[in-house]
Ligand binder design. Structure first.
Ligand code: PHE
Length: 365
């Protein structure tokens, strides 16, 4: 039988020897002092005060020591751990203060510094586009006319030879105001401005009318329930289709460049007779080798709008002497014209108010 091992010398348990404990403590204190920021201190804490740190391991050894050695070793290890924890807390507080001070300096904003950012904004391409169109006509001696977007049904339809039962009334899907028997619409085209002009003026009349129009269309890349049209009306003695063609050819070449002319295809509008669809020479391929052209899809021509000789019934409804005067009228989408002119892929970019889109056009006057 063997008795208790009274000769056991706790100094021989390496981890709790005074030298080892002192070395572990000093290493910890040195590392804590050297930690330059909170991130580094976190690593130091785990290395020197964490579960696997030398002092934590030494602490575990204490239980295995004979009772008489435990107290002294416990004190030694406890003191060392206490010193390390205190140093950690003190350094952490110091680094915290430094961190905050640094943020204040590094992230401060000097609001008095001069700035090189000077956003000037831009005019909307629809505004400048409508002005450009108006300018082309003003240069030919025409006037610009405007009218209300909330319009009498009679001016939007009836005066333009679109009576209540006219089948073409359904060609334009209309927004009606409430109640319906007020007979008020959001104008479906700028043509009521023609009617208003003829009713209030005496010929000769040469007016161009840009403006917003409304139809119950879906909102997608090529349609919008609100879009813009420009309408032209010339009433004078002896006006013919030849004047219309010459005017539109001039308009097209001013808008899209020299050599861009138009062609007419027979069509129908209640307010003009005869009527035509106007096409533009494709301004990308110019009708040459159009097979490969993505803009006109091989046509060589691009649909632009409608036109014709003002129907005498419209002249009569608007108080113009149709035995003396004749006239021509045309209308096209401004948005569509600008899409062609600037190569825009999606109509919606014109309406969504993104300043990055608008500034790309600059502030052209
Ligand atoms: N107002 C017609 C439309 O919106 C276009 C047009 C105007 C056609 C003038 C002929 C003459 O469809």
């Amino acid at each position: 039988m063997s008795g208790p091992n009274t000769d056991y010398d706790p100094v021989e348990v390496a981890a709790v020897s005074p030298a080892e404990v002192e070395a572990a403590r000093d290493a910890a204190l040195a590392a804590i002092a050297a930690a330059a920021d909170l991130e580094q201190l976190k690593a130091v804490r785990s290395d020197h005060a964490g579960d696997r740190s030398p002092l934590a391991l030494a602490n575990r050894e204490i239980g295995a020591l004979p009772p008489q050695a435990r107290k002294e070793a416990g004190q030694r290890v406890g003191q060392a751990r206490g010193a390390v924890n205190q140093a950690l807390a003190a350094r952490s507080a110091e680094l915290e203060v430094e961190h905050e001070a640094r943020i204040l300096v590094e992230e401060s904003v000097d609001v008095t510094l001069p700035t090189d950012r000077d956003p000037v904004g831009a005019r909307h391409p629809l505004t400048t586009g409508a002005e450009l169109i108006a300018d082309i006509f003003v240069a030919m001696g025409w006037e610009v006319a405007e009218g209300p977007v909330i319009e009498a049904e009679w001016l939007n339809f009836d005066a333009l030879n679109l009576g209540p039962d006219h089948p073409a009334r359904t060609m334009q899907d209309t927004f009606w105001t409430d109640p319906a028997d007020d007979h008020v619409v959001l104008r479906t085209h700028t043509s009521p401005v023609q009617a208003r002009t003829m009713l209030t003026r005496t010929p000769p009349i040469y007016v161009v009318c840009p403006g917003r129009v409304f139809r119950t269309d879906e909102y997608d890349a090529t349609h919008s329930p609100m879009f813009h049209q420009v309408e032209g009306l010339a009433i004078d003695e002896g006006i013919s289709m030849a004047h219309l063609k010459g005017t539109l050819d001039h308009f097209a070449s001013q808008m899209f460049g020299e050599g861009i002319t138009t062609r007419f295809r027979p069509s129908y509008f209640p307010f003009t007779e005869p009527s035509a669809e106007v096409d533009l020479v494709c301004f990308v391929c110019r009708g040459v080798d159009s097979d490969a052209c993505r803009t006109c899809r091989g046509e060589g021509w691009i649909e632009w709008g409608g036109c014709g000789i003002v129907n005498p019934r419209v002249l009569q409804a608007c108080g113009v002497d149709s035995s003396r005067y004749s006239g021509f009228a045309f209308g096209m989408g401004i948005d569509r014209t600008l899409m062609f002119r600037h190569g825009l892929e999606d109509l919606r970019t014109l309406f969504e108010g993104d300043v990055r889109f608008t500034t790309a056009f600059g502030s052209e006057l």
